[in-house]
Design a protein around this ligand. Sequence first.
Ligand code: GDL
Length: 699
Amino acid sequence: MSTLDSDEQRPQTGTRRFISGVVEGFYGRPWTMEQRTELFKREQKWGLNTYLYAPKDDYKHRMYWRDLYSDEEAEQLVKLISAAKQHDVDFIYAISPGLDITFSNPKEVVALKRKLDQVREFGCRSFSLLFDDIETEMCPADKQAFSSFAHAQVAITNDVYQHLGKPETFLFCPTDYCAAFCTPSVSQSSYLHTVGEKLLPGIDILWTGPKVVSNKISVESIEEVSSVLKRAPVIWDNIHANDYDPQRLFIGPYKDRPTELIPKLRGVLTNPNCEFYPNFVAIHTLGTWCKATADGAPRDVEMGDEEQDPCYSPQKALTLALTDWLQEFLSTDQPGGPCHPPTHFKKESSDEEPMQTDMGESSYVPGPEENPLYTAEPLTLDDLKLLSDLFYLPYEHGPTARTMLQELDWLKNHSQAASAETEKTAEWCSRAQEFDDMCDAVVQMFNRLSNAPNRNILYDLYNYICDIKSGVGLARAYVKTLGGQGRPSAHVMNDDPEPWDFRGGLSGEFQRMLPGHGNRDLFRHPPMTAVYCIRPYCPEDKMEVQRIFRQMQRVEGKVPLMTQSPLICDSLSAGEIPPSPLCALILEDEIGVCGYALALIDAKPAASKIERVISDSVFKEFPSLVTIQVLPRVTDPSPTKRMIDWLMTSICSSGSRGAFCELRQSDRRMLNFYSNLDTFKPIQVAGLPEDIITMGTRL
Ligand code: GDL
């Protein structure tokens, strides 16, 4: 595979080159300077041009962002920046001041500029300000100075950008950096609109896609966010990030981002696995993806899959990457200190050099009656394919892993019938044997990997492959037990187990105690753990409703009631206006009243009571008002959904054409709730206070 090494060959956005490469932006142990230098070499080789320095747990990048670098650190950074230059990689220095900066304090702005000026002196010319993963509530001083959090961030970013002389590359990471974080939606997010309108045009914006870890990124989603941001975003891609789960590693190909995106983006930076060496595939396949051109013709390799992306095939990109990676596994000349293969390792291409070269005179040759030396099979491309299949992508196992799960499931479900007879069916036996062979392939792959000469890669992979080997071992023993081979107590159901028989530590125990453990749907539809009762509201409930209303105001806004803009529904919840007949419900659990849902068939009088001006056309479409609140202990969304359904039925039977609700921006919980209902959509109401969102549904 050839590399792209001149600017003209790279995909262009306007006149500027497409930003492509790696962001070291994960939590946990940062990479070493040697690994970063190695990364620059690889990026250059694979046609990638950028490195964004943003290690979350580097002291002076985030937690102690104000502190200047010591002489020793400065020396290292100077070296690193110049290494990036040598390899034609743009080194972008990012800083994350958002944990504790007071935007309105000029001393803070001075501290930020001083720090970036220092890095500028190290030779760095590209910069980035990151505001991801921070508290969204401003301190009182900032609230006085800025009309919103977005205004505060934009003001400081524009100021720093100008101070640094408008660098050619300057990136901004918003706090709402993916669609899932936008309230109520990307197109209606006042935060993103402010950023789009006020951030100077030379500043580029990072975006992770629909979610923090996006399964797919569609062209439409990028068109939507670009129109709000008023520029094409740079994707900060978390597809290979593994800092959120210590048992997962991602060695699958860059995938589910159509290459049609390339002309619509300013760039793509991947934030990969915390472990440096297993990122070979993540970065190599991104390099292949970036080479695909939008005009339909692959740049230099036949990549197209007829039915899918005509310019990029993840499977082929993976094979290219694994083929190159295999060479690295077999290589002994690695950064981090040379390591030599044991003399007895049978190297595949061993004819050129005698195996004894490095070991000098001390090498041991067993005599005729002595133990022969241990020999190991060399690692193969199939081993790496299997490894990648077992540690594929966050939302997808590789083909072999999928087959193994399906087969285990089948063997389990058909074992009852099989064990009723003395002999298993021929099909069961042959499928059990195939399953056993697949398990054996994992063990063999583990053995060959642990003998590979490149110890740097092995050590990064070691815990993961041990873990999968044990998991597969348990499954294998279980199938043997089902088939009547081996004693059940031998491996699976031992009374006095070894620690590896109850895996996952305390966290694993917590998980196993939760209902529906192991079921993915647990996260989408939490199981009912409490019994709820929904009943009509009666006048005696008034005090309880007021109590929940006040409690939720405190939880949701974290600001005193008096300082919040009033909502039309407040007077309904506070008991100042009675709900319409048949339009009030109470939710109870075993502790007592834990929620309510109230509605007004005609919301106009309540609106005029708080002097809210809503146009007749809005009222015509949505004459009714609903409000709903549940205490945080109600984690299951279904009773709340049921209350809304009942209210809507009552409202509809009164002849109303539609209903709306008003929500505060800070009430993320209810915003999420309404956004997840398919029925309620954001509606535009002119002249509404900035912190209020209206959503409506037609009946
Ligand atoms: C995030 C963090 C990132 C982290 C990733 C995966 C961004 C912009 N920020 O939200 O530092 O590595 O999730 O856990 O993605």
